[in-house]
Design a protein around this ligand. Structure first.
Ligand SMILES: Cc1cc2nc3c(=O)[nH]c(=O)nc-3n(C[C@H](O)[C@H](O)[C@H](O)COP(=O)(O)OP(=O)(O)OC[C@H]3O[C@@H](n4cnc5c(N)ncnc54)[C@H](O)[C@@H]3O)c2cc1C
Length: 430
């Protein structure tokens, strides 16, 4: 075994300092294991990819002493979550489904925690600060892991310091590979990804606007716009204040989205121009793949390196946190007591099951949930006849769109089944 703690030798080298790598550092650091987080970036989080934290992840946040901060700092919990369907925000209201704010969500009897909204831009720094406070955890930012080789006694990692171009080696008993979707370690180990592959390309635009809510009369909520082509975009409150995320619900054809194009989409959603600033525009692929194996000898795959799930319903980060809490105590037992970590067996089949579950929440999967806003579409009889005709066309499109589950259904099946999106529930799905 490596003599952890001696200079460049560690019990566990964690490759990747995204949320899953940071959570791994906390879990191992709390157990007193010497570990190092190797991250090629500088630790700044540019884009809030995930926003929803399920109750199982919140239970772990409670163990890490950060549940309150995650719950309270990330989001205005009094912001209503009504599902609001519109032609545009300044156009017609097609339907409204009341939904309570996070503050009024009830805690289920089986857990002391509730789901929370905490954007990644807040969540990751909370985890980083928590990990940094643990004496056995080290960080190497702006350092890329170039190669990993194993022998009977441990793992050797080749690192490149991106700041000064120097190379160095590091030894560890085990490697937690938290490299995300494009994991080079997984590829080098020849571990294949099984599953349906890319389901669709999608685009998200985060924007800041002080006057967003003042610009329209629909009130606060989660908005979906229905155009002649059907449901085309939604806008979600990221912090319940001034930060918003527009998500295109139709597959996006292009590999990039410019700021000018993003701004045009935001204006279309509002139905007129207003003051806003585009914070980021992200094109991402909705995928359904799971690694054929989560482990090769001393190297373990966690998070998106192991599975990429369609995120709707809180899959992805929450599933990765399930991996972390599954593996960490077993690694500690292996290091301290010589037990063999049995990580692969319980987790992998359930991530595969999560794949089915989460894809079923997607329009592409064709599941029908007739809880349509269109049934309540009531354009005002005093409106311009051309506008009424437009709203009717949108209403028909809305009915077509209702083959997709509503956000309420998504919440029910995704966020309210935490063991599923945490990758813990192992019931096999036909
Ligand atoms: C639009 C969108 C919305 C989402 N919403 C949700 C949600 O609400 N809830 C949810 O649970 N999930 C959600 N997800 C999924 C979630 O974002 C991911 O599952 C999660 O971020 C994966 O975390 P990770 O740490 O495994 O990987 P990543 O976040 O990709 O982190 C990997 C890290 O490894 C580093 N790295 C890679 N290679 C190297 C190397 N060779 N050397 C050093 N460092 C390296 C990278 O720089 C990166 O920082 C969403 C995803 C998207 C795209």
């Amino acid at each position: 075994m490596t003599r952890a703690g001696d200079g460049n030798a560690f019990h566990v080298a964690i490759v990747g300092g995204g949320p899953v790598g940071l959570a791994t550092a906390i879990e191992l650091g709390l157990r007193g294991l010497n570990c190092v987080v190797i991250e090629q970036g500088d630790g700044r989080v540019g884009n809030a990819k995930f926003v929803d934290i399920n109750m199982r992840t919140m239970e772990f946040c409670r163990r890490w002493g950060v549940a309150e901060e995650v719950r309270d700092r990330g989001f205005n919990r009094d912001y209503p979550q009504d599902l609001i369907y519109v032609t545009t925000l300044t156009g017609y209201l097609l339907g409204r489904q009341p939904f309570p704010p996070f503050a009024r969500f009830r805690t289920p009897p089986t857990t002391p925690e509730r789901i929370a909204r905490c954007p990644q831009t807040i969540f990751d720094p909370i985890l980083r600060r928590t990990a940094e406070a643990l004496p056995s955890v080290r960080f190497r930012y702006e350092t890329r892991c170039e190669n990993v080789s194993q022998d009977g006694a441990g793992v050797t990692l080749q690192l490149a310091d991106l700041a000064n171009g120097r190379s160095e080696t590091l030894r560890a008993d085990y490697v937690a590979c938290c490299q995300g979707a494009s994991s080079t370690i997984r590829e080098a180990l020849g571990i294949a990804l099984d599953g349906a592959g890319t389901l669709s390309m999608n685009a998200n635009v985060v924007f800041r606007s002080e006057e967003f809510l003042r610009m329209h009369d629909k009130g606060p909520g989660f908005y979906t716009a229905i155009g002649p082509e059907g449901r085309w975009a939604s806008v979600l409150a990221i912090d319940g204040g001034t930060l918003w995320r527009l998500q295109l619900t139709k597959p996006f054809e292009s590999a990039t989205l410019s700021t000018v194009e993003a701004a045009a989409l935001i204006r279309r959603f509002m139905g007129q121009d207003f003051a806003f600033e585009v914070v980021s525009a992200l094109v991402w692929s909705r995928r359904e793949v799971v690694a054929s194996s989560y482990r090769r000898d001393r190297v373990f795959l966690l998070g998106d390196a192991a599975h990429q799930l369609s995120p709707t319903g809180g899959f992805g980060l929450n599933t990765g946190i399930g991996d972390v809490t599954n593996l960490s105590w077993k690694l500690a037992a292996a290091i301290e007591g010589g037990a063999a970590p049995s990580y692969w067996v319980p987790t992998k089949p359930s991530a595969a099951r999560s794949d089915c579950e989460t894809s079923a929440l997607q329009p592409a999967a064709g599941k029908t949930t007739k809880r349509s806003a269109a049934r309540r579409a009531r354009p005002s009889s005093r409106a311009d006849p051309r506008a009424i005709a437009y709203a009717r066309r949108c209403g028909r499109a809305c009915k077509r769109s209702s083959t997709a589950p509503t956000a309420a259904t998504t919440t029910d099946r995704g966020m309210k089944t935490p063991d599923c999106n945490s990758g813990i529930r192992t019931r096999t799905r036909p």
